[in-house]
Design a binder for this molecule. Structure first.
Ligand code: SF4
Length: 118
């Protein structure tokens, strides 16, 4: 599985998870070999991701999620788990990646995350 969970210390201390996802919508950046981590097997993606997400403690209140693609390529089940953890662990800042072609869909992910706000 490799190392998919890490902590960054210092001024911008945060937890980082490298999640598996469906293929990047663009997939053509010449320098990119991240997409080799992409998969089309949703069960495999979710099972790896759910294991990785168990590592999150929320200690810095900041979580960065990277996935060799965009947030919209992360399966729903994984996103629901991220949302659950964010509220459970009182994470205040959550970062995702998104390729610019998804710019019109940003509201979608924001409302998904805010829906369960207490
Ligand atoms: S958008 Fe990101 S994941 Fe997709 S090909 Fe470019 S660098 Fe790789």
């Amino acid at each position: 599985m490799g190392i998919r969970y890490s902590k960054v210390y210092g001024k911008f201390a945060r937890e980082i998870v490298l999640l598996k996802s469906f293929p990047c919508i663009y997939g053509k950046c010449s320098f990119c070999n991240y997409i080799e981590d992409n998969s089309i097997d949703e069960n495999e993606i979710n099972s790896i991701n759910l294991e990785v997400l168990k590592e999150i403690t929320g200690e810095f209140k900041i979580l960065e999620v990277i996935n060799s693609g965009s947030v919209f390529e992360i399966p729903q089940k994984t996103l629901e788990k991220i949302r659950e953890i964010v509220y459970e662990k009182n994470i205040e800042i959550l970062y995702f990646e998104a390729y610019y072609t998804y710019i019109n869909r940003l509201d979608e992910i924001i409302s998904f995350l805010i829906k369960i706000k207490k």
